[in-house]
Design a protein around this ligand. Structure first.
Ligand code: ADP
Ligand code: MG
Length: 277
């Protein structure tokens, strides 16, 4: 049995990120502690400016902490050499930046981009086709990014991040430019890679995304303000007058017993009135 230590893909403690500029300092992250384990999808939610991108950039080993400790797939990101981090990123981390266009090579056709990244990760041609299919871009493989829409570029960036099932997948608002069907498809693909054993962390304030998380962290002003775990489902019946009785273990989600009921296509969601989406 592997110990808890070896099960943890990413861990951080008192993680701080301060940006300095001529106009002063911005404390984007003010002491974050968390552990991410393989096989689960974590969503980081929070209002604009709360520090989501700063956190994901660090978790993807694309920046160094200002203070605190950050370990990503065994590398201490604060002290590892630039070369070690580059190797880690190429081989083991799929990353979708908030601006998807930054993730794609402008001069390469979609399939060639995937082939390049797949070769870094030792993935096969089959994986390449699967990645394009998973995001619904099979018939766009021959196009260069400038012939793709913003949403298609975002889906291509997701395919590049997922190809070959890297140990860690980090995606910053990966459904921001997508319609409902494609957002669902991208979430299916991210959940599938988590089910295959990757550690997946994404940011979003999109309810289509947050309700499918295994774990939901909310950031506020650079600190974790709340954490919810588990995509929980339970069977219940609707009585003749339309009443549904929630299972006891879910009542805790509604401490003041007020609820917003939202019909969304073929399903209904219940949420606390003050929960931000
Ligand atoms: P979010 O992704 O939740 O919108 P960010 O992590 O992008 O939040 O930003 C958190 C704070 O850090 C904001 O106040 C933002 O202006 C600031 N910030 C982010 N990146 C930089 C940077 N490169 N230089 C200066 N300030 C930055
Ligand atoms: Mg952001």
């Amino acid at each position: 049995m592997p110990g808890i230590e070896s099960m943890t893909a990413v861990s951080c403690e008192d993680l701080v990120k301060v940006f300095r500029s001529v106009t002063g300092e911005t404390h984007a992250l003010r002491g974050i502690g968390l552990e991410l384990v393989p096989g689960a999808l974590t969503v980081v939610a929070g209002p604009s400016g709360s520090g989501k991108s700063s956190l994901l950039t660090l978790l993807g080993a694309r920046d160094r902490p200002s203070a605190g400790r950050l370990t990503v797939l065994g590398s201490d990101v604060g002290v590892a050499s630039t070369r070690e981090l580059r190797r880690l990123r190429r081989r083991q981390i799929g990353f979708v930046p908030q601006r998807a266009s930054n993730a794609v090579f402008p001069h390469l056709r979609a399939t060639d981009q995937l082939r390049q990244v797949a070769s870094w990760r030792g993935a096969s041609r089959r994986h390449l086709a699967e990645a394009l299919d998973a995001v619904g871009l099979t018939d766009r493989g021959g196009h260069r990014p400038d012939a793709l829409s913003g949403g298609e570029q975002q889906r291509l960036a997701v395919a590049i991040a997922l190809v070959g099932t890297p140990a860690l997948v980090v995606a910053d608002e990966p459904t921001a430019e997508l319609d409902h069907a494609n957002a669902d498809r991208v979430m299916d693909a991210l959940l599938a890679v988590a089910a295959a054993g990757s550690t997946v962390v994404i940011s979003s304030h999109d309810d289509r995304v947050t309700h499918r998380a295994d774990r939901l962290l909310r950031l506020r002003h650079g600190v974790v303000s709340s954490e919810t775990s588990g995509r929980r489902t339970a069977a219940a019946v609707i009585d003749a007058t339309g009443r549904v009785q929630l299972p006891q273990e879910m009542l805790g989600l509604f401490p003041d017993r007020r609820v917003v009921v939202e019909a969304d296509g073929d399903h209904v969601r219940l949420r606390r009135p003050e929960v931000e989406l």
